[in-house]
Design a protein around this ligand. Structure first.
Ligand code: SF4
Length: 706
């Protein structure tokens, strides 16, 4: 789209929880107003392309329902209408911060400091505004947060093989001959993957293979479409490796030089035939053979591995098995080949000042973010013998919509003895449960710095417009509370810009002034390093087919979930919540194209593009068998609860599989219970995580009792 010539353009970075972290060009209409947002053409990963929801960001930043002033709850918890004077009272910032200070001090005096749980996540991925909450946490010795809700199974599974989270330059997809997009709906969730993959198709005739659990928008663009049952990815991966060994496509020189136990693996895979995998995955033997042949005979095969397929109780094992394929074929050696998941390990950012890491007391407990429902309900096993959580500061996340096991989450937030302050941009369903609500800035209204997950850039996101009303940054809130608590740490006295400059200098990436001039830094390691040509990141330089699961990427909480039964070599791990007689369906809660977690579900255009209501996709034959008409209201249920929504017939899901896209607000469902009512919070082995796409459910027309 062409932009008016006279428009002033500001450079920024997308702050949302998306691996693309796009470099942006923002039309600046005046000091408070933006126009359209574009992908930065000069950034060679973004390459001028961004998703539609961020292109129309003016709708979100100038939304009339944004929070503009601090509020104190007057009425019952749960009223989301901040204009309702019977429910909310407008107060000043000083009064609001005084109340929060008093609430936290009162809780601490009664139960000790660990009763306060600052809770945050990825509503912004800016390092200053997202991670500064730790400085307050550590200074006060509040409970720490074990981040499990998004990345743990995927990161653990990938690092299990390679030893670190990095891989071949994602721009190399454009030089591949086969791009395998596995377990990520890139068209919806990281549009730039498609930019580079389609470039390879146009320029070199590359094929695009897509492996996923339904015919989503990405699979519709595939040359090779592999639609398998949820949680069965490792079975497919094992069969692919079996075929590669069987048909002479395993690179034995590479295996000897770069991997830990190739003979053991080959022997183990002898029984993992396409027939074996077909019975588990729901694929035909012919589909598996053809896919394996394509992978085995294409040196430049680039596996772009997403998070989606790892959000399963066997997710870490699946991620490891899939990444192992590139080690069997030796694809890592070639430009445009190898496996890539995320680039977390290449940036070596020193966040010690932002997070106040010098203040950490390792004796403070680490509460599992995904288990917030059980924690707020006081279940002893998740409190580690410590006090109940009776006070919270919540930033950049909306657990009353997005956390698993919603019935417990809601019961927890409804407690009268829980004091909650939420700092937010909108009156989310979590904010509606708070005692104090503080209005937060959006990314174009504050300074921050970002790093890619799906690419290799550090990007600056400077303040470009003034915030509306009395919105303040997260950083300002920490400073205000630190003052009141009498905390003395340089991180509270520094400005956001000073933090960015400190981070860059101490991480070896120059200065803020240099980044302002350059807009972004390309941190891509050299080819040999990125392709592990000098060895993988274990002391012996070998890719691990046999991971030491309890010690891979080990966070402080140690192994969790059923880690003792994890397979020693790549294999199908049957830890999933398999369908049974009472629950004949498997449900995946996949992302929607126009939402990002619960962000954007407040904008009318995104809601309308998502069809205006939550739906569940069901195969027409399954629908007929259960008496469900297209568009009918249905109930989905399991032991965790029941939700009511509309059914849509779709032959792009396997028989026995249901898919519900997007995190709609609970209020959008007929009975006020959102899709995460059905998802579980039991930890994924070996280091926790929420299995959002691994749920057994029953389905019935709404009038039928469950
Ligand atoms: S594709 Fe992802 S990073 Fe890029 S603009 Fe959209 S949400 Fe942001």
């Amino acid at each position: 789209m062409n932009r008016p010539l006279e428009t002033r353009i500001g450079f920024s970075a997308c702050p949302h929880d998306c691996p693309s972290t796009c470099a942006l060009e923002v039309e600046l209409v005046d000091g408070r107003t933006i126009g359209r947002v574009y992908g930065a053409k000069g950034n060679d990963y973004t390459a001028g392309v961004i998703c539609a929801k961020v292109a129309r960001y003016a709708e979100r930043i100038h939304h009339p329902n944004r929070l503009f002033h601090p509020l104190r709850r007057k009425g019952e918890k749960g009223n989301a209408d901040w204009r309702d004077a019977s429910a909310w009272q407008r107060i000043g910032w000083d009064e609001a911060l005084d109340i929060v200070t008093e609430g936290f001090l009162k809780a601490e005096a009664f139960h000790g400091a660990e009763t306060v749980w600052p809770y945050h996540y990825a509503g912004t991925m800016g390092l200053v505004q997202r991670d500064g909450i730790h400085r307050l946490r550590h200074a006060k010795r509040y409970s720490r947060q074990f981040d499990t809700i998004c990345t743990n199974p995927a990161w653990t599974g990938f690092a299990a093989g390679t030893g670190k989270l990095a891989g071949p330059d994602p721009r190399e997809m454009a030089k591949s001959d086969l791009i395998v997009i596995w377990g990520t709906n890139a068209v919806a969730t990281q549009v730039n993957v498609m930019t580079h993959a389609i470039r390879a198709r146009k320029e070199r005739g590359a094929r695009i293979a897509v492996v996923d659990v339904y015919r989503n928008d990405t699979m519709k663009q595939a040359d090779i479409a592999i639609c398998l049952r949820p949680g069965t990815d490792a079975a497919l991966a094992c069969a692919v490796m079996h075929v590669c060994f069987r048909d002479g496509h395993a690179d034995r020189d590479y295996l000897t030089r770069y991997t830990d136990c190739p003979e053991e693996l080959e022997e183990h895979l002898e029984s993992r035939t396409p027939e074996w995998a077909a019975a588990i995955t729901g694929l035909s033997v012919e589909e598996i053979e053809a896919f394996a042949h394509a992978v085995g005979t294409t040196e430049r095969t680039y596996f772009r591995l997403g998070y989606g397929f790892a959000r399963s109780r066997n997710g870490a094992v699946s991620m490891h098995a899939v990444s192992s394929i590139a080690a069997v074929t030796g694809a890592w050696q070639y430009e445009g080949g190898g496996a890539f998941h995320t680039n977390g390990a290449i940036f070596h950012l020193d966040k010690s000042m932002i997070e106040g890491q010098d203040l950490i007391d390792p004796a403070t407990r680490l509460l599992d973010q995904s288990r917030i429902g059980a924690i707020l309900c006081g279940e002893p096993e998740v409190l580690f013998g410590g006090p109940p959580v009776t006070a919270m500061l919540i930033q950049n996340t909306n657990p009353v919509s997005v956390a698993p096991e919603q019935e417990k989450v809601k019961r927890g937030f409804a407690r009268d003895d829980l004091f909650v302050c939420v700092h937010e941009q909108f009156m989310t369903e979590t904010a509606a449960m708070a005692d104090i609500v503080l209005p937060a800035t959006m990314f174009l209204e504050h300074d921050d710095i970002y790093r890619g997950g799906g690419h290799q850039h550090i990007l600056l996101g400077p303040k470009l417009v003034e915030p509306p009303g009395e919105c303040r940054t997260n950083h300002q809130v920490f400073a205000g509370l630190a003052d009141r608590f009498g905390l003395d740490h340089p991180g509270f006295r520094m400005s956001e810009r000073e933090h960015i400059d400190w981070l860059l200098r101490h991480s070896g990436w120059g200065t803020l002034a240099e980044l302002e001039a350059a807009k972004w830094i390309d941190c891509q390691p050299d080819f040999r390093t990125a392709h592990y040509l000098d060895g993988f990141a274990y002391p012996d330089g070998k890719f691990r087919f046999g991971p030491d699961w309890p010690n891979v990427d080990a966070p402080n909480n140690g192994p969790m979930g059923p880690w003792r039964t994890m397979p020693a070599l790549p294999d199908y791990f049957s830890a999933i919540e398999e369908a049974d007689a009472r629950h004949p369906f498997r449900l995946a809660t996949s992302p929607a194209r126009s939402f990002l977690n619960s962000s954007f579900n407040e904008t009318p255009s995104s809601r309308s593009k998502e069809g205006g209501r939550p739906e569940v996709l069901i195969h027409p034959d399954d629908a007929a068998a259960h008496g469900i008409a297209d568009g009918a209201v249905v109930r989905l249920g399991n032991d965790r609860g029941i939700v009511t929504l509309h059914a849509r017939h779709f032959d792009g899901v396997c028989r026995g599989v249901l898919v519900s896209e997007g995190i709609w607000p609970n209020a959008a469902f007929a009975d006020g219970r959102g899709i995460n009512t059905l998802t579980g919070s039991d930890p994924v082995a070996p280091h926790g995580g929420a299995a959002f796409h691994d749920n057994r459910v029953w389905i019935a027309p709404a009038e039928t009792p469950g």
